[in-house]
Design a protein around this ligand. Structure first.
Ligand code: ZN
Length: 354
């Protein structure tokens, strides 16, 4: 019986097609992966494929495919077609919603009659979901009389323009992760949203005025992009974290997987028989994949690399050699053939020595 206990509460979004926009800045490849407007979307549960991989030959764990992609040799820029193909199967990794836990939006004017008040707004990952929270602030007219007179032109709900004196840069608060979301900032320092926009919302005009849609919604995924560099380095870091999971006796090594699991929370629901079911709330694929890897490690699975094709794979069997029956068959056939030909050479050698 496949265990349905750990399905995802909110489904993950993937698009039919992803594209790559290359950019070279200071000799570095800094392009990003984005969703072209013509792409269609669907919502899926990565745990479904995980469960299927328990019962069906040839279906890998979703996270095994990410490790395989990360482990493939060669520079990142040459792997772009494979990465885009992978994204159309699983979606983007969600590096931004994995790293951020508070995303501020531009403040908006309130109270149409007097225009003395404005509302600050933000998204916060709390209790397993992205919640909207806001604060009401008043404009202090003693600060600037000239600008206060101009307030009469502001309409209810208008965002405070970045040129207005009352404007404050919206910031992103990020958790302490393995990799900093931007090099110039330490992992626990807030970053201005406008600096994130060119990379993670690459098509958005006016980064200073970017009003982030609620993460996890279709509207969000439509405008979300992921820098190729981030995709590559996160895939690599995830792969290393999974390897550490199987090195016994070193708890320090488990820290990196812990970081991926940090935002995860649990929801409870009931099945059709009225039995309680545990589901996961996860803000990113990375977090969901980390939970899968943990589940496997706790159940005694280990990461191997296939003796035929070299692909990494997880199995419980300590003598596992191949990622699939096909690889096992191919490799045994190849080996039989090479034994036969070396026998042939030996025979041939004897003849010539006579
Ligand atoms: Zn193989």
């Amino acid at each position: 019986m496949p265990n349905k206990a750990n399905r995802l509460k909110g489904l993950w979004c993937r698009f039919s097609k992803y594209e790559y926009q290359p950019a070279r800045i200071k000799g570095l490849t800094l392009g990003h992966i984005y969703v072209p407007p013509s792409s269609t979307h669907d919502w899926y549960d990565p745990w479904e494929q995980y469960h299927l991989s328990n019962t069906q030959e040839g279906i890998p764990r979703p996270y095994e495919t990410l490790i395989a992609l990360a482990e493939r040799p060669g520079p990142l820029s040459r792997k772009v077609p494979e990465i885009l193909e992978w994204c159309s199967q699983f979606g983007l990794l969600g590096v931004f919603p994995q790293t951020a836990y508070r995303i501020q939006r531009p403040a908006r004017w309130l109270a149409a009659s007097k225009q003395q008040y404005f509302q600050s707004q933000e998204w916060e990952w709390m209790g397993g979901g992205w919640r909207s929270s806001f604060g009401i602030h008043s404009v202090d007219p003693s600060l600037d009389f000239a600008h206060f007179a101009n307030l009469a032109h502001m309409r209810l709900g208008d965002a405070i323009r970045s040129t207005h004196w009352a404007y404050e840069k919206p910031q992103v608060y990020v958790r302490n992760t393995i990799l900093a979301i931007r090099d110039a900032y330490s992992t626990d320092q807030p970053i201005p949203v406008s600096e994130i926009v060119p990379e993670y919302f690459a098509g958005a005009p006016e980064p200073e005025m970017f009003d982030c849609p609620q993460p996890g919604t279709l509207q969000f995924w439509r405008v979300y992009s992921e820098p190729l560099q981030s995709f590559g380095s996160q895939a690599r870091a995830f792969s290393i974290a999974c390897k550490h999971l199987h090195e016994t006796g070193n708890t320090q090594n488990l820290k990196s997987l812990e970081r991926y699991l940090e935002p995860l929370s649990i929801s409870l629901t009931t099945d059709s028989d009225g039995r309680v079911i545990e589901t996961w709330n996860s803000p990113s694929l990375l977090c969901t994949f980390a939970r899968m890897a943990l589940q496997d490690a706790m159940a005694g699975y280990t990461l191997y690399s296939c003796e035929c094709c070299g692909s990494p794979f997880v199995r419980k069997n300590p003598r596992a050699q191949y990622c699939s029956q096909t690889c096992g068959f191919r490799h045994r056939k190849r080996r039989a053939r090479s034994i036969a030909s070396s026998d042939e050479r030996k025979k041939h050698g004897k003849k010539t020595r006579k």
